[in-house]
Ligand binder design. Structure first.
Ligand SMILES: [Zn+2]
Ligand SMILES: [Zn+2]
Length: 281
């Protein structure tokens, strides 16, 4: 799974009868803080190649894009001060760079990491239809208008905040808007239980993911701070048995992290029963 390989059979005239090629895709490489030009794309894809990553799914956060302000109106209404909500970048500039890179033959896919909030779902339904993307990641970053840490402080109950978090993940899966759900158990860093602690939610999330042909990412950025992967083994095994697809994601914010710890991710999905990562979009 590290490099392109596969099988091939020939016709008698030596033309190819069938061919299978497996490619390794890193579906979560951020362009947010890098220079938006073709040299950056060249750089990223060269580093990817050197790490056995054949193709990269480029993304930016919706919180930096002009035009996505209504997605966060419930946050502004609540008077929460989120300094990182900037909306100072142009989506047209982002998409034209990726389009140009593809024309030039760079192995890139065009994506977005959408900050999913049920409060903004109606807005997303129309906004995301405005442009063509190869794939969309739906990530829950906020509980109502609060980050996980402040939500835990505010409610004083990790079990309850965990339920609120996974209920939002369920709504993201059910929305049918996304190809991938981002870092599904990330709230664990604030002491929130893993998804298998809520078996009925785990089951319902899996059913919605399968129904909507939406994958879950194995996000290796987590390994920079913790010594276990998310989703954890039990959740991953349940997902395998339920038929949920998985993709690889480094969540890299700079080129050095592309393909980060991909061998650990490969071992984790194999231990859960998967033969390979999926291709989405
Ligand atoms: Zn995220
Ligand atoms: Zn990300």
């Amino acid at each position: 799974m590290n490099t392109i390989y596969g099988g091939r059979e020939y016709n008698e005239d030596k033309s190819i009868f069938w061919q299978v090629i497996f490619v390794f895709v890193d579906y979560h490489v951020h362009l947010d803080k890098l220079d938006w030009n073709i040299e950056t794309i060249n750089d990223l894809t060269n580093v990817a190649k050197s790490k056995g990553v054949d193709s990269i799914g480029v993304v930016v956060h919706t919180k930096i894009l002009s035009g996505f302000e209504p997605l966060y109106s419930h946050v502004f209404k609540d008077g929460q001060n989120h300094k990182k909500l900037k909306f100072d970048k142009s989506i047209d500039e982002y998409l034209s760079l990726l389009e140009y890179a593809k024309k030039e033959g760079y192995p890139v896919l065009t994506g977005l990491e959408v900050c999913y909030a049920p409060e903004g779902e109606e807005f997303l339904k129309s906004k995301l239809g405005e442009y063509p993307y190869d794939f969309l990641i739906g990530s829950v970053h906020l509980i109502e208008s609060r980050h996980f840490k402040t939500a835990v402080e505010f409610y004083g109950n990790t079990e309850m905040v965990g339920r609120m978090y996974y209920e939002r993940v369920l709504k993201a899966a059910r929305s049918g808007l996304f190809n991938i759900i981002g870092h599904i158990e990330i709230a664990r860093r604030e002491g929130i239980p893993s998804l298998d602690y809520y078996p009925e939610l785990l089951d319902e999330i899996c059913r919605e993911l399968v129904k909507n042909n939406c994958a879950v990412e194995i996000n290796t950025k987590w390994l920079t701070k913790r010594d276990y992967l998310v989703p954890d083994k039990t959740t991953l095994e349940y997902m395998f048995n339920a038929g949920v697809k998985v993709v690889f994601s480094s969540d890299a914010h700079h080129k050095g992290r592309i393909g980060y710890e991909k061998d650990k991710a490969i071992s984790a999905i194999k231990a859960a029963g998967y033969e390979s990562f999926s291709i989405v979009g």
